[in-house]
Design a protein around this ligand. Structure first.
Ligand SMILES: NC(=O)c1ccc[n+]([C@@H]2O[C@H](COP(=O)([O-])OP(=O)(O)OC[C@H]3O[C@@H](n4cnc5c(N)ncnc54)[C@H](OP(=O)(O)O)[C@@H]3O)[C@@H](O)[C@H]2O)c1
Length: 381
């Protein structure tokens, strides 16, 4: 469509494109898309990388079978509003924001809404304003990890916890968060504490102090041979609000703790039961993916049986699903803006800025694949 006479020219856009069958992203021109009702266009200034960004090229045909090709991936962005669509009331051109980009979600499925581009269309309901004290790089660490944590904690078919607020009402209950030093865990700890729960978590010893500063009351080394009995001992006399397991392979241990302790027998699952990390080490092995998929089906069946025997309900999280329910506005409109502005909520973990420009995203994905510890890989733009 031609630009109307007198209107400013549309910006020229560039994206890091994902093409099915191609192992690496390709930076190339992309259309600039104008926002529709409830949408805004953000000029991205920082983009963060999540494990799913390197998983989609490997297991996208199972996890995201709807995804069109070419696609623009990426969930986490922070930047400056350049255009607002009809009905948008919370944002204006020039505002600094962070947003969860949902271009790969089944009901959106459009390159215009992926984070890995210069001008991304995002939803007003999944966007928060940034206070001046936060850089774009700090802010970009939040969206998907925060959303995933919030889905697990607050969705009515998940743990359905009391909502977070500036003045949390203590519930007297304790939440077990397995994997507190992950990006998802860093947000889950803060959200649960802000909702009035005590948090007991796991991490490597070098991250014990880190998770305590986020609000965990006790922390245990997940590699210790005694971690399950240690957690059970720590939870004696307490009432569990349930558990959130983050990191592949952690669900079974969480079930052992839930079974032995008082309280709600509900386990919210952030991760697949087996890790797909071997795909990063052997991307060209043709038999590896079928083998891992087989292992995953087997591990899922074993976990379901274990849960049924222990009387534990489980549910997997889909981090983008808050786009369709009350948890999206709860997080991005009601809770986060004032919590960030008043420094009640911190952007954790810290960003590790891997480079500048869309070309650096591929490098960022490869860095994320190699593993991080209480860090988020970020590309500035
Ligand atoms: N369901 C969804 O929609 C959704 C969305 C986002 C992420 N996820 C999943 O959630 C998980 C976390 O994602 P993320 O981005 O937060 O990961 P991340 O920050 O990249 O994870 C790195 C952290 O994992 C921790 N870790 C590794 N193995 C662990 C274990 N066995 N037990 C406890 N902690 C362990 C490490 O802790 P230490 O350094 O302390 O050892 C490290 O800090 C991943 O499995 C990811 O695929 C799911």
């Amino acid at each position: 469509m031609a630009t109307p006479r007198g209107a400013p020219p549309m910006p020229s856009n560039t994206a890091a494109w994902f093409i099915k069958g191609h192992p690496t992203l390709n930076v190339a021109p992309a259309p600039y898309t104008q926002p529709r009702t409830g949408e805004i266009v953000v000029h991205t200034r920082a983009i963060a990388i999540n494990p799913v960004d390197w998983l989609i090229p490997h297991i996208g045909r199972f996890a995201y079978p709807w995804l069109k090709s070419p696609a623009v991936l990426g969930f986490d962005l922070a930047g400056e509003v350049v255009e607002v669509g009809p009905g948008v009331t919370r944002f204006h051109v020039g505002d600094r924001v962070l947003s969860l980009a949902v271009g790969t979600e089944k009901t959106r499925n459009t390159p215009a809404e992926g984070a890995f581009q210069a001008y991304a269309v995002v939803l007003e309901r999944l966007t928060s304003p940034l206070p001046d004290h936060l850089s774009y790089e700090q802010a970009a660490v939040l969206p998907l990890a925060l959303s995933t944590a919030a889905c697990g904690l607050f969705q009515t078919d998940q743990l359905a916890l009391q909502h977070p607020s500036a003045t949390p009402v203590p519930t007297g209950q304790t939440l077990l968060i397995w994997g507190g030093s992950t990006s998802v865990g860093s947000n889950a700890i803060q959200l649960a504490v802000a909702a009035g729960y005590e948090v007991i978590t796991t991490a490597s010893p070098h991250n014990f102090e880190y998770v305590r500063t986020l609000g965990a009351s006790q922390v245990f080394d997940y590699r210790s041979g005694t971690v399950v009995p240690d957690l059970i001992a720590a939870l004696q006399g307490k009432t569990l609000a349930g558990a959130l397991s983050i990191a592949s392979g952690s669900a079974a241990a969480c079930m052992d703790v839930l079974r032995a302790c008082e309280g709600r027998k509900f386990l919210s699952l952030a991760s697949t039961p087996i890790s797909f990390e071997p795909l990063a080490q052997q991307p060209h092995s043709p038999l590896l993916l079928p083998r891992l998929m087989g292992q995953m089906l087997g591990a899922t069946a074993v976990l379901q049986l274990k849960a049924r025997r222990a009387g534990i309900r489980t549910k997997s999280i889909w981090g983008g699903s808050l786009m369709n329910d009350e948890v999206g506005p709860l997080v991005f409109e009601t809770f986060l803006p004032s919590a960030l502005a008043e420094r009640r909520y911190v952007t954790a973990p810290d960003p590790e800025v891997i480079g500048h420009g869309l070309q650096a995203i591929q490098q960022g994905i490869e860095r994320q694949q190699r593993g991080v510890s209480a860090r988020k890989i970020v590309v500035s733009h």
